[in-house]
Design a protein around this ligand. Structure first.
Ligand SMILES: [Zn+2]
Length: 78
């Protein structure tokens, strides 16, 4: 299996957790493989009418294009 040929390459679980926890602490997150800053985007945030303050965040590495999508536990207030 080749990393490069997979269009939907993913981090492994350990990397995903490290990324998510660093992001949750408000730190700037670098791709653990490329060591470049990852792009973060917030998805949702009420525009989908979920009715509660749940947000999903998406971190994307511009270099290897791996990405992590995770639920954010933040946002207990509006
Ligand atoms: Zn990367």
């Amino acid at each position: 299996m080749s990393d490069e040929s997979a269009s939907k390459a993913r981090y492994d679980l350990v990397e995903e957790r490290a990324i998510a926890s660093a992001h949750a602490r408000g730190e700037k997150v670098d791709c653990p493989r490329c060591h470049v800053p990852m792009t973060s985007r917030a998805l949702g945030g009420g525009s989908f009418g979920l009715g509660y303050a749940r947000r999903r965040e998406w971190l994307l590495c511009p270099q290897c294009r791996r990405s992590v999508l995770f639920d954010s536990a933040r946002g207990t207030r509006n």
